[in-house]
Write a protein that binds this ligand. Structure first.
Ligand code: NDP
Ligand code: PYR
Ligand code: MG
Length: 429
């Protein structure tokens, strides 16, 4: 099975004699000498002068407004760890494909061969005029936190570290719905977040913002539970979640826990750990490509759990693919210079609400005729649901407008929704 995946995945990436997954396509004709004189010299001087006079014109005469930089240094590629900048390129090209396929956003992927946060900040800041937004990807914690914060301060376009916030948004949507399904309240649950890097820290923050009590949240890293007074491997971000409770290992933390959020590495959770959890446990084993506990093993271990992974090939995919394309679509369309906490929560709530709607036949067809309805095996919408853009991008754009963050506010929301449907027709038909 694994060998088959290796072969099929490598073949896919070199299919048709074209290495990789993306290419650049011109959006204007360039067939004649006249076209050449408009696209290039002398005509190109006219938009140059217009933009020099009025920088806003870059949104009129260049691709800036619909172009996102996907930037990595390869220090946390999925759950594969630090494999270097070059090896991160297939993932970054993949993110580009998903931006385009799900939200019609163009991407340049940029792999930076450096681990120096100051250098990354300087490079991204320097190249930011090219882009309408920056999606930081697979840059490990804790450096990722300062890199993102510094860039948010110094750039006038949205900067979004997908592994932090994309993951947190989808996990929060899934958590809200899972709790509803098993009849538990966010403020009552005991939750364990395994992994205290980019994804773990940001998810924990968003769970607390959604109503989870901080004192009911235990966080673990490679050294076990993060507790008050611990000195080894601590960071200010981890300190915020340090517990007073006596648990010191993941196994101890999980006793009677209602929820396990895995944002760490493959196969670090055992059946015994799952068996020690409370009734109707919620287990999101989100490590990619292989989860903290295999889907089949978890389902064999207990029959009362809600199980999710980051993968496409099992029920309940909790993966930031349900976030970044649609969140950037909304943010770019209203020209927001940041992606605020309110915009993120609006995205999570939109996804949670959409999962409760009847699922169109086109989605079931994309998943081999499977039937989906809100419940234990369908807690968030599918990425191939054409309604996700209508719900999520609109919610994000609306939140930006309500918070006064929109440089180009929208007032006709039904018109905007329809324009998104029209824009995406070419991908769905
Ligand atoms: N499904 C999804 O959408 C997403 C999933 N992820 C997954 O989350 C994981 C972490 O990614 P990211 O946060 O970006 O990476 P980081 O490198 O920033 O963080 C990794 C964290 O995992 C911890 N860790 C390593 N081994 C263990 C272990 N055995 N038990 C507990 N914790 C451990 C590290 O501990 P320490 O601090 O001690 O080094 C660190 O805190 C990856 O597997 C990734 O695929 C990430 C983003 C999105
Ligand atoms: C999905 C993703 O971004 C990750 O695993 O890093
Ligand atoms: Mg990632």
């Amino acid at each position: 099975m694994q060998d088959d995946l290796t072969k099929r995945a490598l073949d896919y990436h070199m299919k048709d004699g074209v290495p990789g997954k993306v290419t650049v396509v011109p959006s204007k004709p360039c067939q004649t000498a006249d076209d050449l004189g408009l696209a290039y010299t002398p005509g190109v001087a006219k938009p140059v002068l217009a933009i020099a006079e009025n920088p806003e014109d870059a949104y009129k005469y260049t691709s800036k407004g619909n172009l996102v930089a996907v930037i990595s240094n390869g220090t946390a590629i999925l759950g594969l760890g630090d494999r270097g900048a070059l090896a991160s390129k297939p993932v970054m090209e993949g993110k580009g494909v998903l931006f385009k396929r799900f939200a019609d956003i163009d991407v340049f992927d940029i792999e930076l061969d450096t681990k120096d946060p100051d250098k990354i900040i300087d490079i991204v800041k320097t190249l930011s005029p090219t882009f309408g937004g920056v999606n930081l990807e697979d840059i490990k914690g804790p450096e990722c936190f300062r890199i993102e914060q510094e860039l948010i301060k110094s750039c006038n376009i949205p900067i979004f570290h997908d592994d932090q916030h994309g993951t947190a948004i989808i996990a929060t949507a899934g958590l809200m719905n899972s709790c509803e399904i098993v009849g538990k309240k966010l403020e009552d649950i005991k939750i364990v977040v395994n992994g205290a890097g980019a994804a773990g820290i940001s998810c924990a923050k968003m769970f607390v913002a959604a109503g989870v009590k901080r004192e009911n949240l235990l966080m673990c890293d490679s050294k076990g539970v993060i507790y008050k007074g611990r000195t080894a491997g601590m960071t200010p971000e981890k300190e915020e979640f340090a517990t007073d409770l006596p648990a010191r290992t993941l196994a101890e933390a999980l006793v009677d826990a209602d929820v396990l959020m895995g944002l760490s590495v493959a196969d670090c959770v055992t059946p015994e750990m799952l068996l020690s959890m409370a009734k109707d446990p919620v287990v999101f084993a989100m490590s990619n490509p292989n989860p903290e506990i295999a889907y089949e093993l978890a389902m064999e271990t207990r029959d009362d759990l809600i199980m999710a992974t980051g993968r496409s090939d099992y029920p309940n995919q909790i993966n930031n693919v349900l976030g970044f394309p649609f969140i950037f679509r909304g943010a770019l369309d209203v020209r927001s210079v940041i992606i605020s906490e309110g915009m993120k929560m609006a995205a999570a709530k939109a996804l949670a609400a959409l999962a409760k709607e009847p699922v169109p036949a086109s989605v079931e067809k994309a998943y081999g005729g499977q039937k989906f309805s809100f419940g234990r095996n369908y807690i968030v919408p599918k990425p191939f649901d054409p309604r996700v853009i209508e719900w999520e991008a609109v919610a994000v754009a609306k939140a930006a407008c309500e918070e006064g963050l929109a440089g180009k506010p929208i007032t006709d929301w039904e018109g905007y929704r329809k324009s998104l449907v029209k824009r995406m027709e070419k991908y769905w038909n």
